[in-house]
Design a protein. Structure first.
Length: 330
């Protein structure tokens, strides 16, 4: 049984706390949040207590931390947890600043602790099934990956101003999907974008719609299209074209019922938000983290994966701003 502290009592912290509490090899000991009322409410819901950062780091009986607090806290909490010898699960990104993120990765590696980054899409059952069939050779050699990633609506402008921009905040997941699915190195990236849904986003220095093209070392291509606004719901899907066929992973709907009438054939809209769309993936990634700790096996999404995705996000942001394709370090 591993005693666990959860940092963050917001929407993602609540998801992780619930999944920790339900795991047979984990015990949610305490919740940490700058909002004391939110921390107490979440802790009470799972029979845990409220603690401070120092109390968690100084408690040798707490073997793992789950970090779902604001992005600006990630690197510091990870470094402190690593120094204290605790296993770490941390939401993406490692940090908004690439050099700070690299320093954090170096500290974690030096401490030798288990560290997993929350790229939950790799644990989505549909995406995982596609990856397994791709590896099994069902469509031969993969040649083109097309990723569609659309939110139902943009977050508040106040959030966008501190988010690090759409490439680090939103597309970082898509860059991780690219690396995971094609298992190849990017050698060039070209990103363009527009602000189409709300001029306040442009005033904040960001965009809400992007198109990114990546070329890999082996010549494969990846195209990523994203939008902060999809009137029909949360749209997450991708397809892989191979030498012998194609695999598609579609979005998820609340039900698979199809209605046939004299006017139309209709189905449910996609799930409306990421918390619903990836409900099962969040549970599976936390289960994987604690199973890895219990069994002594490697985690699937490492801090190195977090750094590589952040590097691509940084290059994409530069490509958009400079209006040109950029080379990637191989």
């Amino acid at each position: 049984m591993i005693d666990v502290a959860v940092f963050g009592a917001g929407r993602i912290g609540k998801i992780h706390a619930g999944n920790v509490a339900r795991h047979p090899n984990a015990r949610l000991r305490c919740v940490v949040d700058v909002n004391d009322a939110a921390a107490r409410e979440l802790a009470t819901a799972h029979g845990a207590s409220v603690a401070s950062v120092d109390e968690v780091m100084n408690d040798a009986s707490i073997g793992a931390v789950v970090i779902g607090s604001s992005t600006d806290t990630h690197a510091d909490l990870m470094q402190r947890a690593a120094a204290a010898g605790k296993a770490i699960f941390c939401e993406k990104p490692v940090d908004l600043d690439l050099e700070r993120a690299r320093a954090c990765a170096a500290a974690v590696e030096k401490a030798g602790v288990v560290c997993m980054i929350g790229f939950q899409r790799r644990f989505d059952p549909t995406f995982s099934a596609l990856k397994a069939r791709l590896v099994a050779g069902e469509i031969g050699t993969p040649e083109v990956l097309v990723v569609t990633s659309r939110d139902p609506g943009a977050p508040p402008v106040s959030y966008i101003k501190s988010s690090g921009g759409i490439f680090k905040d939103m597309l970082i997941h898509d860059f991780d999907i690219f690396r995971w699915i094609l298992d190849d190195q990017a050698i060039s990236i070209h990103a363009t974008g527009s602000c189409l849904s709300d001029p306040a986003i442009a005033e904040a220095g960001d965009i809400d719609t992007t198109a990114v093209t990546i070329r890999t070392k082996s010549g494969r291509l990846c195209q990523i299209n994203t939008s902060r606004r999809a009137a029909y719901g949360y749209d997450q899907r991708f397809e892989v074209l191979g030498s012998e066929g194609m695999l598609q992973a579609g979005h998820v709907k609340p039900t698979e019922v199809t209605a046939f009438t004299g006017k139309a054939i209709s189905t449910d809209l996609p799930e409306h938000f990421f918390l619903q769309r990836y409900r099962e993936a969040y549970a599976l990634e936390i289960a994987h983290f604690f199973d890895a700790l219990t069994e002594g096996t490697p985690v699937r999404t490492t801090i190195a994966d977090g750094i590589r995705a952040l590097e691509l996000a940084e290059l994409a942001a530069r490509s958009w701003k400079e209006g040109r394709a950029l080379e990637c370090a191989v």
